[in-house]
Each structure stands twice: as C-alpha cells, then as structure tokens.
Design a protein around this ligand. Sequence first.
Ligand SMILES: [Zn+2]
Length: 311
Amino acid sequence: MLFTGRVRLFTLLFALAALLALAGCAGQDIAVQPTREGAKITPAKGAGQDLPAQPAGQAAEQKKEAGQNTPKVPRPELGVPAAEARTPAKGNKVAYLTFDDGPNSDYTERVLDILRQKKAKASFMVVGRNIRQNPTVLQRILADGHAVINHTSSHDYNIIYQSAESFIADLDECSQVITRYTGSPAMIFRAPGGPDKLNRDFTEKLRKRGYISVGWNISAVDSDPHGVSATQVYNNIAGGLERVEKLRLTPIILMHDGTQLTTTQAAPGSALAIYIQNREATLSALPKVIDHFHGKGYKFVVVDEHTPPAW
Ligand SMILES: [Zn+2]
C-alpha cells in the first residue's frame, strides 16, 4: 500500500515535472520567437564554431594595423589588383600602360576616369612625397584596381643618384608610405630617368635587397621640354608599338600623369605652361591610344613580378 502510494507519488511528481518542463520550453519559445533572427546570429550555430583561434588572430592583426597607421587607411585588399588585371600566362596579347611621377591633384584622377570608361588597367609609378600630398588620389588608384609602383620618395636626382645606398634608402622610404595603403612593401620600382641610370653597383645592391626594376619600351615622349600635342603623343606610341611588335616584345608604355604642381597659373611659353600642355596632350591622346591597342587585340594588365623585361 505504502509502496504503491510512493509509486503514485513518484508518477505524480514525474508528470508534474514533465508538465513544468514543457511549460518552460513553451515559455522560452514564446519569449525567443520575436527575436529569433537575433538568436540565430549570436552564439547559436555557425558563429560559435568560428569563434576560436582564427578570428582572434585576425582581430589582433587589424588592431596592429590600426595602431601603426593613425590616419584612416583603406583595407589592404584594395591594393591587390583583380586576378584578370595581372600578367597572365604566355600566349595572351597583353600591354602595360604606365604613368610616372604622381599622384597629383590635377591630372591623376582624370587619367583614372578615362581608364574606368575604357575598362583598362594601368600602373602608377608614384613618388612618396606626392602620396603624402594626395593620399585620397592614391586610394582611388588602388580602389580602381590599378597597380602602384615605387618611383622613389624624393625623385630628386641629386639625392638618389649619389650612391646605391641613398637610392635604396629613398626607395625604402617610398615603400613604407605605399605599405600603409596596400599592406605590403612596394618592391617593384621604376628608376627616375629610367633603368639606364643604374650602374652595376646599383643593380647588384638593389637585387640583393629584393627590388625589381621595371623599364619601358614605348615612350609617349610627353616630357618634351618643347611641348607635345595629343597627335604627337598618339603617333609616338603607335609608332613605338610597331617597333616593339617587330622585336616581339611585350609593350610597356611610358606616360606621365606628372608631379604635384603648386600652381596651374603659368605664364605663356614658360616651362610650367609647357609642362601643363604636355599633361593635357597625354590626357587627350589616352582614349585613342587605348582604342588602338584594344583594336589590335591587346589587353591592358598591371605591372607585377611576372611582367616580362622591357628589353
Ligand atoms: Zn619620374
């Protein structure tokens, strides 16, 4: 009797507990329902699995980056040109547009507008001191998927060509500035005045430091101190392409978006006026230059470690 009573009591208690548990679940369900979306996002399934190790490392990286670069910098991936913009395997008809001496506030963005419109990629040989003056222009170069190539920090021949050491120090300084925006050092460089300026001592020391030189084999001749017209720029490049094709070289075209100017108010006939005329000539010729190459089946890609030697 006592035993059956106990059993009944247990059964009763068990049933009561089950009921309470059910009510509890139901209660939870009701409470959670309105915020179900939120409940899914927080600790629930996927997020919990992602939490250990890996993101913690990433967060530390980001913190480190943020600490190193006090001004706001774009995400490092902005500096990585899209895969289709990089040098492809042999057999494809590719060409390289390169613009030296920027970024500047007067012409670089106009070059970028044309490139965007014509769906062409280019490489910008940038000068450290110009980046400091025009960081947003550099950011746009990167955001548009073009390459940024080291063109020294000062671009001052008196400093950089003193010795291989001073040349490397100037390149290092520019690389550090570029790294703030791209997340990686800028080891591909173009020597101001061209690779012919580098003697054996320079080239050996540069190679040991891991620097890779990139020259050109077609020149727009758009730094002519006598001034050039858009037609001349176009003809210089189209003629250069014919020569390069005969030599079976990959076209690497030298143009200038130019250094930062302190003023665009120039007296007629002055060196500055001619400089401005030359920049305008390059800009006017550029769409036709791109069309000419596209018409011959070329695709413009960016300079990278796989870019073939100019000569
Ligand atoms: Zn230059």
